[in-house]
Design a protein around this ligand. Structure first.
Ligand SMILES: [Zn+2]
Length: 420
């Protein structure tokens, strides 16, 4: 679990933070280049190179750590930086490769200057509380940097490591704590959740929950700025006006991001304290069975098409996709992954939750479900959520785990309830 707080460095500290981030990126990229080179060589010549300069010894975190020592001795500017920060970058790289080999992630990519995943790691945490709202964290070579306390101080003091990041011109520190104590609802209740575009979340007990978005006025402004940016980028770039447009867009993005983060925290807390078991679609499978979302104009990356409605749809889809991922991550933090079941998403929208009959004709419209076999009627998203729950309960009982007090999903009373 991670607790993110905003840093308020003074101007001198700002220089130091940038230096750490630059050093970490340099070391990460250099280490990645080394590992990639070694892999290519291994492929072309086989593991046991008989001649040439290739050393057949694999590159590991250990070998790279030793080489970092030599590199620091050779480069004064690197020597001037923090060895702990630079070692952290190699650990990051090692973790990125571990994730890649385990099939959890793509091949590691080089970090760019504006990379969101950039920043650096602080390994030993020393925090101090100044007053109710302010605390400091000790950053190597920089000293105590102030941050604003918006989360539980206990969570922050339990942190075992932290990552400093720069995003949208703001510095943050994310304190990583050991997994939080699971919220146990003790209600014995189970719920299925379907995600959609019209209703962000629909539950099997009939609730529709909307994620916050930009207001109509903000959305219109966002699209105008996007279009302005597209025009500005066609002229020779780097102009001050273009920077102003980028800043204005960043303000809107930040506002939306803050609203979404609050929403995710509140909603996941609600689910964790209300239900013992939550069922969702397995995204990894879902991406294979559902048509991929339409993409923005490939001829002009990042530029939305002139059609306002289409642009809005594209905007909403990309926002919802990332929202859902973060929602699930936080839900698993709070409930534990065993209580969040992921089920096969195939045909969840065409299957009847009451009788199991599956046919394309079941779905009368986007919003209404009516079963051709048994006549069961309901909101289409509620029905899909109930199917998801049913699949989870089936697989749990098939796996031999006792599921006390859980019957098939109750559809009674599923109509017309809305989110309080
Ligand atoms: Zn039916």
């Amino acid at each position: 679990m991670s607790v993110r707080q905003r840093l308020y460095p003074d101007p001198g500290q700002l220089v130091g933070l940038r230096k750490h981030a630059d050093d970490a990126r340099f070391v990460f990229n250099l280490g990645l280049e080394q590992r990639s080179f070694w892999r290519r060589e291994k492929h072309t010549r086989g593991t046991h190179a008989e001649h040439g300069s290739l050393d057949a010894t694999p590159i590991t975190l250990g070998t790279q750590m030793r080489e970092l020592v030599q590199l620091r001795a050779a480069l004064p500017w690197l020597w001037a930086g923090s060895s702990s920060v630079q070692q952290g970058a190699l650990r990051d790289l090692d973790q990125a490769f571990a994730n890649f080999y385990a099939g959890r992630a793509k091949y590691p990519a080089f970090k760019r200057r504006d990379d969101r995943a950039g920043g650096f790691v602080v390994r030993d945490i020393f925090v101090r509380r100044l007053n109710r709202r302010w605390g400091t964290v000790t950053v190597p070579k920089i000293g105590r940097v102030r941050f604003r306390i918006t989360r539980s101080w206990a969570d922050i003091t339990q942190a075992t490591s932290a990552r400093v990041t720069l995003r949208n011109g703001r510095w943050h520190i994310a304190f990583t704590t050991p997994p939080a104590e699971r919220t146990l609802s003790g209600t014995g209740a189970a719920v299925g959740i379907d995600r959609g575009v019209r209703n962000t979340l629909a539950t099997s007990d009939g609730r529709m929950i909307q994620a916050p978005s930009l207001t109509k006025v903000e959305q219109a402004r966002f699209l105008r700025l996007e279009q302005r940016l597209a025009r500005q980028s066609r002229k020779d770039g780097g102009s001050r006006r273009r920077q102003v447009t980028l800043d204005q867009l960043a303000v809107l993005r930040r506002r939306l991001a803050d609203r979404r983060t609050d929403w995710i925290e509140q909603t996941t807390t609600h689910f964790a304290s209300t239900y013992d078991q939550v069922a969702v679609e397995d995204l990894r499978v879902r991406n294979m069975v559902r048509r991929p979302a339409a993409k923005p104009d490939p001829a002009q990356p990042g530029v939305f098409l002139s059609n306002g409605a289409r642009a809005k749809a594209v905007l909403n889809r990309s926002i919802l996709a990332s929202l859902w991922g973060r929602f699930l991550t936080r839900l698993e933090h709070k409930m534990g992954s065993a209580r969040v079941a992921r089920v096969n998403p195939r045909n969840t929208s065409r299957t009847c939750a009451a009788c199991g009959h599956c046919a394309p004709g079941n779905r009368e419209s986007q919003a209404v479900f009516e079963c051709e076999a048994c006549g069961h009627q309901g909101h289409a998203d509620t029905n899909a959520a109930a199917v998801i729950l049913g699949r989870a309960l089936d697989s749990i009982s098939a796996a031999g785990h006792a599921v006390p007090g859980r019957r098939s999903p109750a559809l009674a009373g599923s109509a017309n309830q809305s989110d309080p």
